[in-house]
Design a protein around this ligand. Structure first.
Ligand code: SOE
Length: 384
């Protein structure tokens, strides 16, 4: 019989919904030793909090997240809040002995991220674990790609070409927290490049050692203030950041993140070219991995792999028969399963990023900003 595993969540907006769904569904689809109990949801919006808790099955609701640290039965706290409060919340909850699963990016600034990693190191001495919701690692197609590369199917890597293109950030979009430096730290860069830098590191199994050049742009400099028709405020974060980098094994890399690419709604994609072949993934067709293996010129070309086969593809056994595809929400549920597996002493299906892992991604994000602002190459060894 699985052991009840009381958890708490901070946040009730987009990630609050995605995480509530994952924690409430995971035991229905995975056989786990821990059964998440949705103990308490904390959020500032008192009015919306009770309806949210009822809708998603949270037993308790509170408007001050600090109360969670004092609840002895809560074992893990899931941070689904804007970037500027990740540090304060994680440090307090780790100090209280809670496992912490934090949304990406680790933090809005490298300084905050560093403080979180240091706190995680201290907490680890008491067996406390940390996790970061880089959910796209748990798309079966991405997880399969990682295994193929690790098995040597591509051989030595030559190029990594990653993009994360969205189209919702035009002038009509109000001044949300994601467009304000004091809350987000950066714009598309920390929001979207964080995902593809993590994915590139995860798939290649290598670290980025240098950023050779970068461009940071803010095209939409003012936006309407939500709830104040006609009043406008400064959008002081990037709308896009592009950069070139090198991996420790010599592979070249390009990264592009923007919220201004009409025609691309959630186009998180990557292509990796190696000596023996290439693979490519695009989230808008998230169940498919394409593989092109060098070899017979007559029958070569891209092979389209539908990653839904139980026993052959990661996570597929938990879901539906072949080609009965899964979606965005399932990556979060797959991650909730891996967190439960690891906390029960088992193994995740594919590696789970902790704060220390996510900090390496944060260092790359910082190196790209330095490169753009100083108009020079930046070695990662110079970004602590
Ligand atoms: C940005 O709009 C966003 O919500 C990201 O913050 C998420 O991490 C991504 O999964 C979807 O797009």
């Amino acid at each position: 019989m699985p052991r009840p595993f009381p958890i708490a969540l901070i946040g009730q907006r987009f990630m609050g919904r995605a995480h509530s769904n994952a924690w409430s569904q995971v035991s229905k689809f995975f056989d786990l030793e821990l059964q998440p109990v949705l103990h308490t949801v904390a959020a500032r919006d008192r009015e919306g909090l009770e309806p949210f808790a009822r809708r998603w099955g949270w037993k308790n609701a509170c408007s001050d997240w600090r109360e969670l640290a004092a609840q002895p039965e809560i074992e893990l706290v899931d941070i689904g809040t804007p970037n500027d409060v990740h540090r304060e919340q994680a440090l307090a909850l780790l100090a209280a002995g809670k496992h912490v699963a934090c949304e990406k990016p680790l933090a809005g600034t490298l300084e905050d991220a560093r403080a979180m990693v240091d706190a995680a190191k201290r907490a680890a001495k008491k067996g406390v674990r940390t996790f970061v919701w880089f959910n796209y690692r748990r798309c079966p197609a991405v997880a399969l790609a990682q295994r193929l590369i690790r098995e040597g199917r591509l051989g030595a890597l030559y190029h990594v070409r990653a993009r994360y293109l969205q189209s919702w950030g035009g002038p009509q979009t109000p001044l949300l927290w994601r467009f304000q430096k004091k809350f987000a730290g950066t714009g598309a860069h920390g929001d979207l490049n964080a995902h593809i830098v993590d994915m590139a590191r995860f798939l290649s199994g290598e670290e980025i050692v240098e950023v050779h050049g970068a461009i940071e742009r803010t095209f939409v400099k003012e936006r309407e203030i939500p709830g104040s028709p006609g009043k406008r405020g400064k959008s002081d974060v990037d709308d896009c950041v592009l950069f070139l980098a090198s991996f420790s094994g010599g592979a070249t890399a390009s990264f592009e993140a923007t919220r201004l690419a009409h025609g691309h709604q959630n186009d998180n994609g990557i292509e990796i070219n190696g000596e023996k072949g290439s693979l490519r993934f695009g989230f808008e067709d998230m169940n498919v991995l394409e593989l092109c293996e060098a070899g017979d010129a007559r029958t070569g070309g891209w092979k389209r792999i539908m990653c839904t086969s139980a026993g052959n593809h990661p996570y597929a056994a938990a879901w539906w028969p072949d080609a009965h595809v899964i979606g965005y929400e399932h990556g979060f549920t797959n991650m909730a399963a891996d967190i439960c597996r690891v906390l029960a002493g088992g193994e995740a299906e594919v590696p789970l990023p902790d704060f220390a892992d996510a900090y390496q991604t944060q260092r790359v994000l910082e190196a790209a900003l330095l490169s753009a602002r100083k108009r020079c190459a930046v070695k990662l060894s110079s970004v602590k």
